[in-house]
Ligand binder design. Sequence first.
Ligand code: UD1
Length: 426
Amino acid sequence: MKGYQNSFEQSSLSVIGGTPLEGEVAISGAKNSVLPILAASLMLSGKTRLHNVPHLKDVTVMLRMLNALGVRAEFNHSDGVTIWNEKKVRHLAPYDLVTAMRASFFVAGPILACRGYAKIPLPGGCSIGARPVDIHLKGFEALGAKVDIEHGFVGLKADRLVGTRIPLSFPSVGATENLLMAASLAEGETVIENAAIEPEVMDLMNFLNKGGAKIQFEVPNSFRIQGVSGLKGIDEYHVIPDRIEAGTFLVAGALTGGDIRLTGVHSQDLGSVLALLRQAGVHLDVEDTSIRVKGGTPLMAVDFETEPFPGFPTDMQAQMMSLLCVATGKSRIKESIFENRYRHVTELSKMGADISVDGQDTIVTGVPELNGASVTMSDLRAGAALVISALAATGESTVFGLSHLMRGYCDFPGKLAQLGARIIPR
Ligand code: UD1
């Protein structure tokens, strides 16, 4: 294992395909939970201790952000982070950190709520689409903030945030999270309608409530928030397991014809992924906190569309496409969340996949096998898809752009190697 600990610093992975993955793998804490939770800690006075925090580049960026904003935050043991907040939060988010990671924009709501004034660089586009923040900003305005965009910075100002009804035009995960945080300290009641209800949003709600917020989830997709005057540090909080990491290992097990058991998962968060894998012929034994995947069964084409939770997650689209590349028949995929999330297609084609793209729609025609090739990751999930394809392909592959993978998978090469994968960071 030791040799893999620093694998993030390497720039490519050499993968020799053809070995079925076998054994047990522990799933880490959810990246998409811990990032907003860390941002929310700006609002909690005193000491907060988090557990099940994954060692990821994105987490490091958020810890640097908290420290830059005047809150002390650091890893204190393998998966634990302690945060000390003396309520001296600064209002200006550093440009380099926001541009390094879009999720840094999560600090907007907390700073606005604590200080009444925030200045945050616009996060801008990214490799999977334009990703504006208009829904976040409209929500802040509804809460009474004045929003100015000047010289690439968003200025937010409000003497007092006041609760209101906020119907979202789209259930944006980030906007829902930013507004949950800001509304927690607003005066009176806020109702966020057409909200995102991803498990990570629920995790943030539970975290805020443990710190003294009063947020209630209302079926099917609203949050009712009674504003409070302050939030307090939390002794112990356990971040939920990463459902996307879990889904990625399930596909890897099925694709390599392996037999692996995932531990430390929340199976109920993986409903749409498990259903689609079963429909594609994958054998799964599902318990509440563990899932065993047994490959070797014939894979069949399936059609799917990415959707907000509880639909099939866009963050699993690329990995599922890898599986369907070698399934019998034609699969139709529609990417409905992001406009430019097919950059793995060209790379999978280099490995012999037969895929055609038409706007948001893709047709994957299964081929008997993929062949090793030199390919490049364009983003985090595309990267994971290429690595698991390489594990199933014949011969050797070199997968470049490892820095994408280190953003969101906790020691992915190391965990795969433990399962018997022939994978070496270079
Ligand atoms: C979060 C996840 C990301 C996941 C995505 C969708 C984190 C850190 N990241 O990203 O892994 O892929 O949810 O499940 O949690 N949009 C707007 N205006 C806005 C906000 C969003 O037009 O103000 C659009 C985006 O461009 C995108 C879609 O809405 O096309 C979904 O975005 P959103 O749900 O906000 O995703 P993120 O929170 O950025």
